[in-house]
Design a protein around this ligand. Structure first.
Ligand code: DCP
Ligand code: MG
Length: 355
């Protein structure tokens, strides 16, 4: 616990509202009253990158096949992805952030953490800084953003979603305890649908319920994740805002409830894992190009192996080849499979061009 005189950090999480779609509506005002999505053509089995709020009313969502989106919303206007334009907007916004702090950690093109603990603007009020940044983004770029303001990253991110679109929410240190009680566990950093289901089996769906479990019990049940859950359930998150963070790889993995007994069943899982990986890559937005592909295997004796090969694109055949090689190293049942890409080092990182 922090003592009486301890100083809390002031973290802002900013997330642009329906980012790619908002840029399309700004640049093509005739679209502004229509349901709009950005993504690939249904003829080429494209998927939706994002859509505006009018389209969301019809059930259209990110990562949905475009064909399905058009069925849900026949009047949907589909715009092609203009990645260069989105990247440029992202740089404008990051430059604006840099006027307030040098501690900026971008998460994707449209999202960043700012540590404004030492900022002097707006009399040091993080709430007013967030408001001013959002106003300036709107004035200069005609785009809206939402913000969360809290003493740490996990809470700031939860808060930025609270009054979306075009809103902000503050979580003060003294309000954390009551805020956590009813907060669903799925809102916590690192709790995805699978972890949510596992917690549900234990009768846990809110952070208040999670707080009833001791750190020992949680560690036994969930390993190192258990300690993190114990802290996050109490609104504790000491991760610093890390401006150096540069993504070096992107991967997805799955642990199976029943071990996969042979190579064929491992290969059968691959297409699904690759789809998940592609989704992650799309979401990351500003990645540099692919350096290599790798697969990861954990056998039922908990031994791990990875196989990697230099290759510049996602390729099912190559992943299958790597999988064969990996599985043959032990020939044991498999409890976890992962697929991933390593990235070439960035040479046009917006962070670098800022300073
Ligand atoms: N994106 C993507 N594929 C995904 C998810 C997102 O290409 N599966 C892209 C398009 C989004 C941008 O990343 O505009 C930012 O993602 P967000 O999750 O922040 O979504 P939006 O900004 O579009 O909407 P929101 O208003 O919910 O933040
Ligand atoms: Mg967004």
């Amino acid at each position: 616990m922090l003592g009486k005189y301890a100083v809390y950090r002031k973290i802002i999480h900013i997330d642009m509202d329906c980012f790619y779609a908002a840029i399309e509506m700004r640049d093509f005002p005739e679209l502004s009253q229509k349901p709009v999505a950005v993504g690939g053509d249904s003829k080429h089995r494209g998927v939706i990158a994002t859509c505006n709020y009018a389209a969301r009313k019809w059930g259209v969502r990110s990562a949905m096949p475009t064909a399905q989106a058009l069925k849900l919303c026949p009047k949907l206007v589909l715009q092609p992805v203009r990645m260069e334009v989105y990247k440029q907007e992202s740089q404008y916004i990051r430059r604006l952030f840099a006027e307030y702090t040098s501690l900026i950690e971008p998460l994707s093109l449209d999202e960043a953490y700012l540590d404004v603990s030492s900022s002097t603007q707006c009399q040091g009020s993080a709430t007013w800084i967030a408001k001013e940044i959002r106003e300036r983004i709107f004035q200069t770029r005609q785009l809206t953003a939402s913000a969360g303001i809290a003493p740490n990253k996990c809470l700031a991110k939860i808060a930025s979603d609270w009054h979306k679109p075009n809103g902000q929410k503050v979580i003060l240190p003294e309000d954390i305890a009551s805020f956590m009680i009813d907060l669903p566990v799925r809102k916590l950093f690192g709790v995805g649908p699978k972890m949510e289901a596992r917690l549900k089996e234990e009768g846990i769906s809110t952070c208040g319920e999670l707080q009833h479990f001791s750190v020992d019990v949680l560690s036994k049940k969930f390993g190192i994740l258990g300690l993190r859950l114990y802290e996050l359930a109490r609104g504790i998150d000491d991760r610093p805002v890390n401006p150096e963070r540069i993504r070096k790889s992107i991967s997805v993995e799955e642990t199976f409830t029943t071990d996969l007994s042979n190579l064929e069943s491992c290969l059968a899982i691959l297409p699904r894992l690759i789809l998940d990986l592609e989704e992650r890559i799309r979401k990351a937005g500003d990645i540099s190009s692919i350096h290599s592909l790798f697969i990861k295997i954990k056998f039922n004796n908990f031994q791990k192996t990875t196989v990697e090969q230099v290759h510049g694109a996602i390729d099912l055949n190559l992943f299958s080849f790597l999988m064969k090689e990996g599985v043959s190293r032990k020939n044991l049942p498999v409890r976890l499979l992962g697929v991933g890409i390593k990235l070439k080092p960035m040479n046009n990182d917006p962070q670098l061009s800022l300073f």
